[in-house]
Design a protein around this ligand. Structure first.
Ligand code: NAD
Length: 299
């Protein structure tokens, strides 16, 4: 394996500049510890745990599975049952985690809390404007999330070729590249564009350690780059999801609803329902995030 020496590997004490980004229902201890043991940065997904106490237990479980650095993701986005972000942040801090990935809206309070105890904060942004606001909040790294990414893509639809170049020209703190990365070629390209590493998500969903039914891993491997759908744009919360019967139904409501109420589409996009997809292997049971490249095919 080549040896890497970037601002990311130096700051985090890792060997490979690859961050396994926070993924809802995927970022358990098995996943995060495997990535950290392999030299990257594994990340537990905070909100995958039902309560802050469960997150404490998961952090302890992860510590028992790796002696390498790992982080925790805390994402602040519209939620059907809004979580107590402050309590999750406190659990992260109390358990001694010092690398945190934040994402979403109005992260100021939690970033302040993490910085007050010396955490290294990687903040995910889909625009340069938001990246600059995050710099003012004192984040250590930006995770620049292009339109190719899985999950919440933002509302500006700027792809990584443009976004990363703008980041290199305009940002005063180091950044990693996120969205559409799935292999070494992608990492090399990101480094060439000025990033200090990459964030990878969907690719990790197809590993042995991902807690996902094999049918879904196979469906991702078999998928084409055209197999994602953008849902929830009408509610300014656009999500890139694996295209299936449920995304088609959700998009029909999105187009045809006369009330424009989120409640109409809620049963289709529910995270709890999407979680069942990973557990029972029926890809049409609910929605799940997937990036546009899926798993890049071998030549
Ligand atoms: P959920 O079941 O609460 O909501 C399902 C989807 O609907 C999510 O995309 C959510 O953002 C969106 N949503 C909820 N209320 C909304 C509203 N009033 N208007 C517009 N959109 C709305 O979500 P979940 O899958 O259980 O996830 C719980 C939390 O974790 C959410 O905040 C979600 O965005 C976030 N999340 C985190 C990650 C991660 O990797 N860290 C990935 C996906 C989602």
């Amino acid at each position: 394996m080549p040896s890497f020496n970037t601002a990311l590997t130096r700051a985090l004490g890792i060997k490979v500049p690859v961050v396994q980004g926070g993924m809802q229902w995927v970022g358990y201890a098995e996943m995060a510890s495997a990535v950290s043991n392999a030299g990257g940065l594994g990340i537990l997904t905070g909100l995958t745990q039902p309560t802050p106490d469960d997150l404490r237990k998961e952090i302890r479980r992860c510590k028992s599975m790796t002696s390498k650095p790992f982080g925790v993701n805390l994402t602040l986005l519209p939620s059907i049952n809004p979580p107590d972000y402050g309590a999750y942040a406190q659990a992260i801090i109390d358990e001694g985690i010092r690398i945190v990935e934040t994402a979403g809206y109005s992260p100021g309070e939690v970033i302040k809390k993490f910085k007050s105890v010396g955490c290294i904060v990687l903040h995910k942004c889909t625009t340069i404007k938001h990246a600059k606001s995050a710099v003012k909040l004192g984040v250590d790294f930006l995770s620049i999330d292009g339109f190719e990414c899985a999950g919440h893509v933002g509302e500006t639809d700027i792809t990584n070729f443009i976004l990363l170049s703008r980041a290199r020209q305009d940002l005063k703190v180091p950044f990693i590249a996120s969205g559409g990365f799935a292999d070494g070629q992608g990492l090399a390209a990101a480094l060439a564009l000025g990033a200090e590493g990459i964030n990878m998500g969907t690719r990790f969903m197809c590993t042995v350690e991902a807690p996902i039914h094999n049918n879904i891993k196979q469906a991702i491997v078999d998928a084409q780059e055209t197999d994602t759908a953008l849902v929830l744009r009408r509610w300014q919360n656009t999500s890139r999801l694996f295209k299936n019967k449920v995304t088609n139904d959700a998009l029909k409501i999105e187009r045809e609803s006369t009330t424009g109420k989120f409640e109409e589409v809620q049963p289709f996009v529910s995270g709890q329902r999407g979680r069942q997809v990973f557990l029972n292997g029926d890809k049409d049971h609910g929605v799940s995030s997937a990036c546009v490249h899926m798993v890049q095919k071998r030549n």
